[in-house]
Design a protein around this ligand. Structure first.
Ligand SMILES: N=CN[C@@H](CCC(=O)O)C(=O)O
Ligand SMILES: [Zn+2]
Length: 411
């Protein structure tokens, strides 16, 4: 099946296939071809260039993209979209003045979601989760990472990861699964956190590795959750099974999570709302991608990740939604890109790089998605007529996407 897009006003994020990510000043450059063509063959990007050199090949479908732009799909490298129920009443508690930590200390928060999930069947959990996956695909996401972490028992963590596995099988979109058994300490282990860490390492992890259910391992490294030492122990245990880490750090406090991530070659360190100069220094010369989650800052009213300082220090930055029921109940990457521009003072070019090629790197998918490059998957979207690429973040909350394509197929 061959599709030819013609007269594209701007073909955006055009790069050589071997670019892994962009950092520092490069992030402000978003390569584009004006008045372009794009040829897709069997779901793969085959050729592109200026209209003047558009090949006269036989195709199955021609799309006239006059006035419209084409971008690679958003790459959302941090979500918890497999969850059960919702936390709408906690949302109202927050409006009435309770903080995220107040709610957690009353037994709400992650433990609340865990209780609901434990009582939900695998079938029901799959049904609830697939609706969210379909929703984000329609919003332009073409690759996604999904975490466990609302199970907090061996069976319930495996239930979540099996749901993610089924989503991988049923949907034609790259999905990476992350095991986040160390998301919170269940009440049964309240006075014996050490024993829960042992359960994660000695019981959950071997079973999950045996069933090949996790691509990555994660820990919520934060005061009141898991210490830096516990984080190191858990990610080292993951390494023994060949599972790389991507970790939650610096959401509320800077306690050394960035350093432990860098030291153990974590693929990404995510959140970073509270970031010290030492944390920024630790990220230099590392292969670890810093990931900002502005939807979480927006929803909880906590500081935004200092993305400007990160990029100005010469580092890369990725953006993701953190789609979850407690701190970011939205999987809309379009909003995330707008919020990064408006609240974190990223330029649109920087935000789009952060949400595409750098997001792909943050889940190990940079050779498959994240840019318009020969040989990559034709996971992309066609916009409605746009004045300029700046219109995307500028009209926050507006859906500028006309048509989504995954593997070259209309969705
Ligand atoms: N901070 C830790 N985990 C999630 C929130 C989980 C929840 O509140 O349900 C996050 O990334 O924000
Ligand atoms: Zn998260």
């Amino acid at each position: 099946m061959r599709i030819l897009f013609k007269n594209i006003k701007a073909l955006v994020q055009v790069r050589p296939t071997d670019v892994k990510y962009v950092a520092g000043q490069e992030m402000d450059l978003l390569p584009q071809i004006a008045h372009a063509f794009l040829l897709i063959d069997d779901g793969i990007i085959k050729e592109f260039g200026k209209m003047e050199v558009c090949p006269g090949v036989e195709v199955d479908e021609t799309v006239d993209a006059s006035g419209k732009m084409i971008l690679p799909s958003w790459c959302d490298s941090h979500t918890h979209l497999v969850y059960a129920g919702n936390r709408e009443t906690e949302f109202v508690d927050k409006i009435n003045g309770l903080s995220y930590q107040d709610i957690a200390s009353k037994g709400g928060g992650i433990l609340n979601s865990a209780k609901t999930l434990q009582e939900t069947t695998e079938e029901d959990l799959y049904a609830q989760s697939k609706t969210r996956l379909e929703e984000i695909i329609a919003l332009g996401t073409g690759a996604v990472e999904i975490k466990s972490g609302y199970g907090l028992t061996t069976d319930a963590e495996i239930k979540m990861l099996r749901v993610i596995k089924r989503l991988k099988q049923e949907y034609n979109i790259p999905i990476k699964a992350t095991f986040l058994g160390a998301h919170a300490v269940p009440n049964a282990f309240k006075n014996n956190q050490k024993e829960y860490v042992q359960l994660v390492i000695d019981d959950m992890l071997p079973k999950i590795a045996k069933e090949n259910l996790a691509d990555f391992i994660d820990v919520f490294c934060e005061k009141g959750y898991f210490s830096v030492e516990e984080t190191a122990t858990i990610i080292k245990a993951g390494k023994k099974y060949g599972i790389q880490s991507k970790i939650h750090v610096n959401q509320f406090t800077s306690i050394g999570g960035v350093q432990v991530g860098v030291q153990h070659k974590a693929l990404s360190v995510d959140h970073l709302e509270v970031l010290s100069p030492k944390d920024i220094t630790a990220l230099k010369d590392s292969t670890t991608m810093p990931v900002a989650l502005p939807g979480c800052s927006f929803f909880l009213g906590i500081p935004y990740t200092p993305g400007r300082a990160i990029i100005d220090a010469g580092l890369p930055l990725a953006l993701a939604t953190d789609y979850n029921p407690g701190s970011a109940p939205s999987g809309n990457m379009n909003f995330v890109v707008s919020a990064a521009c408006i609240k974190m003072k990223l330029t649109p070019e920087e935000a789009i790089n952060a949400a595409t090629i750098n997001g792909a790197y943050a889940m190990g998918l940079e050779s498959e998605v994240g840019s318009i490059s020969i040989g990559k998957k034709a996971n992309l979207f066609l916009t409605k007529p746009l004045n300029s690429i700046y219109a995307l973040p500028y009209h926050f909350g507006t859906n500028a996407i006309e048509q989504v394509y995954l593997n070259g197929k209309k969705i």
